[in-house]
Design a protein around this ligand. Structure first.
Ligand SMILES: C[S@@+](CC[C@H](N)C(=O)[O-])C[C@H]1O[C@@H](n2cnc3c(N)ncnc32)[C@H](O)[C@@H]1O
Length: 352
């Protein structure tokens, strides 16, 4: 039992990654009009440390928000940057709580946001029926808040990502959340992309991202460290924004200059699809199925391509599986097993 608790605690610690304000700003600038008159929920966010809360509180009027709700899970080990008043003066609580803002007044009319007159409600979740921790996004009280929300924006716990996104979809919510691109190969997530119910946000498409972590978090990977203010950070690869809010970039057609040739684009041993090494190498004139890297999704325009499958999980492109080949495997080229691929097709292949 003790071990079980320890493992659960270790797992929970792995979820303590705090998003930088600049990463939030870079992404949110693509969605302005979506937020007017809306209730925003940040449901994995301690308002005393979350930059998501900070972002929406400071831009409450600029975005024309109706309401901002922020809920915090039990325990909150890292203090955030300087917090907007009145929160800086407020004794941070380590217990689950929520903050609800319906109004941010600019009393002196100087354009600066004055948060001294906002309405704050803090309430402990008395969830005694279920086994869930207080403030858990799956708890009854948090689900009631979810129902009230129009848009959910946060960086949820990575260890619960699939469940988290499934809940948003089940409650038909609009959302903008941080996740890892590799989660797309999961059977819970891939279909959402194939059906154009979820897509990637525009601001992150390569490299790694810096997240603050608790002081006792192991800093043993490359690129981790302690900044000039003594705050511990790690760098994470594969970070992306997952959303169902429309944005301009996903309607920008990818300019393609390569043409198909059997030599340059071999067909897989086990799938009736050609291998395309890089997204920019997609031949503009090929009518059939093509295997592309998962990062194709950074450039995906739904008016240009259809996503028809993904190899290596429960959603194989059955009709493309070459007879006698093993199901659910990655693609092979001349006997060599390749990394998993998205299978796509042009909607309007060029006729040259
Ligand atoms: C990746 S961190 C991100 C924190 C914050 N959203 C941010 O971006 O800075 C995920 C947060 O979710 C919290 N959390 C973990 N499990 C949760 C659950 N079941 N329900 C709600 N929050 C949870 C963790 O305590 C952690 O603070």
């Amino acid at each position: 039992m003790a071990n079980k608790n320890l493992n659960a605690a270790k797992k929970a610690r792995k979820d303590e990654f705090y998003t930088q304000l600049e990463d939030i700003e870079r992404e949110l600038q693509h969605y302005g009009p979506h937020f007017a008159g809306k209730t925003v929920l940040c449901n994995c966010d301690d308002p005393f440390e979350s930059n998501f809360f900070k972002y929406f509180a400071l831009r409450f009027n600029q975005l024309g928000l109706k309401k901002l709700i922020c809920t915090c899970y039990n325990g909150s080990p890292v203090q955030g940057d300087e917090l907007p008043l009145p929160f800086a003066e407020f004794e941070p609580k380590k217990l689950a709580h929520k903050v609800v803002i319906t109004e941010v007044k600019d009393l002196n009319g100087d354009g600066a946001i004055d948060l001294t007159d906002v309405r704050i409600l803090l309430q402990n979740d008395k969830n005694t029926i279920s086994q869930l921790q207080t403030g858990d996004f799956r708890s009854e009280e948090c689900i009631e808040l979810l129902k009230e929300a129009d848009i959910v924006v946060t960086n949820p716990p990575f260890s619960l990502f699939r469940e988290y996104i499934a809940q948003l979809v089940a409650y038909e919510k609009k959302f903008l959340i941080i996740g890892n691109i590799n989660s797309i190969s999961c059977k819970e997530i891939y279909p959402l992309f194939a059906q154009n119910k979820v897509w990637l946000g525009p601001s992150i498409s390569s490299g790694d991202r810096k997240f603050y972590v608790p002081d006792d978090y192991p800093l043993n990977a490359a690129g981790c460290g302690i900044d000039e203010f003594g705050k511990h950070f790690i760098r994470v690869k594969g970070v992306r924004w997952f959303t169902n809010l429309d944005h301009k970039k996903r309607h920008e057609e990818l300019i393609l200059v390569c043409r198909y040739s059997a030599e340059e684009y071999p067909t897989y041993d086990n799938y009736a699809a050609i291998h395309v090494q890089n997204t920019l190498d997609i031949p503009c004139d090929y009518k059939e199925a093509m295997g592309v890297p998962i990062t194709f999704l950074d450039k995906y325009d739904p008016d240009q391509f259809d996503i028809i499958g993904i190899t290596d999980n429960d959603f194989p492109v059955k009709e493309l599986l070459i007879k006698g080949c093993k199901r659910y495997d990655r693609p092979y080229l001349k006997g060599v097993r390749k990394i998993y691929r998205l299978i796509i097709r042009h909607k309007h292949p060029q006729v040259l």
